[in-house]
Design a protein around this ligand. Structure first.
Ligand code: AMP
Length: 116
């Protein structure tokens, strides 16, 4: 059986979420603890635990994450002003959920890229 994660349960609808998009490859829903006016997670439906686990087989879904991020940013009205896409990896990256996901954050100026 494939590994189950919090996000797999959200993708299946077993745990409620504020979903903004879903297709056969990815699901997007609002972050439960938003760090900006717009904060949406875009998640491959397939469990890939971290960026370290990606394989060439994952290339289509990883490319699709960007296509859908751009589409959602446009739909949310933040594309022209700009936004940030973040993928955290493991402990130093601050990853909390081990199901690869892209954060789409925007809606106001985001400041410096990294806290020092
Ligand atoms: P990361 O630190 O990159 O692994 O990000 C995990 C993100 O998942 C955090 O921003 C959390 O706020 C978010 N999160 C955790 N549980 C939920 C949930 N049930 N619904 C939506 N977002 C969640």
């Amino acid at each position: 059986m494939a590994e189950d994660t919090l996000f797999s349960q959200i993708i299946r609808g077993d745990i409620p979420s504020d979903q903004v998009y879903q297709d056969e490859l990815v699901t997007a829903f609002r972050d439960i603890s938003p760090q900006a006016p717009t904060h949406i997670l875009i998640v491959p439906n397939k469990v890939i635990p971290t960026i370290n686990d990606v394989t060439e087989e994952d290339e289509p879904v990883l490319g699709h994450l960007f296509i859908i991020a751009a589409k959602i940013a446009k739909e949310q009205g933040i594309a022209d002003d700009g936004y940030r896409l973040i993928v955290n990896c493991n402990r130093h990256g601050g990853q909390e959920v081990f199901h690869l996901h892209m954060h789409l954050v925007g809606g106001h100026p985001l400041g410096p890229m990294l806290m020092r």
